[in-house]
Design a protein around this ligand. Structure first.
Ligand code: AMP
Length: 113
């Protein structure tokens, strides 16, 4: 998708610190980390937000979570971590390309702000 910053990161047209990539998924460090470890996990396919998902994306969305588990293992996040989809304006979504936040290395409170 033209003008999508995360599509450009996936295509390596703009720099990022990629920590994982495969045929379907790319994961990179958040530019403005909210925790000692803060990774964004995205599908290569441009999907703006959760409402745009179709049944065909079921496996892809599962892959996001499975990659999160893999990265958390690699980072040694043995005491847990938080996985977040910010979705839409009220959800706090700023980038219109589905992304799963993986945050770890500190304790998080609940409810989220
Ligand atoms: P959200 O508010 O859920 O849409 O989160 C978007 C996230 O993308 C924020 O945490 C930003 O810090 C992060 N972000 C924006 N631009 C970049 C970039 N070029 N490289 C890495 N992370 C970015």
């Amino acid at each position: 998708m033209e003008n999508c910053i995360f599509c450009k990161i996936a295509a390596k047209e703009i720099p990022s610190t990629i920590v994982y990539e495969d045929e379907h998924i790319v994961a990179f460090r958040d530019l403005n980390p909210q925790a000692p470890e803060h990774i964004l996990i995205i599908p290569r396919k441009h999907i703006a937000r959760i409402e745009a998902l179709t049944a065909n994306d079921t496996e892809l969305m599962g892959r996001l979570v499975f990659v999160a588990k893999h990265i958390a293992d690699n980072l040694g996040l043995k005491n847990g971590y938080r996985l977040v989809f910010n979705n839409g304006a009220n959800g706090g979504q700023e980038v219109e390309h589905i992304h799963l936040h993986l945050m770890g290395g500190r304790k998080f409170s609940w409810p989220a702000g």
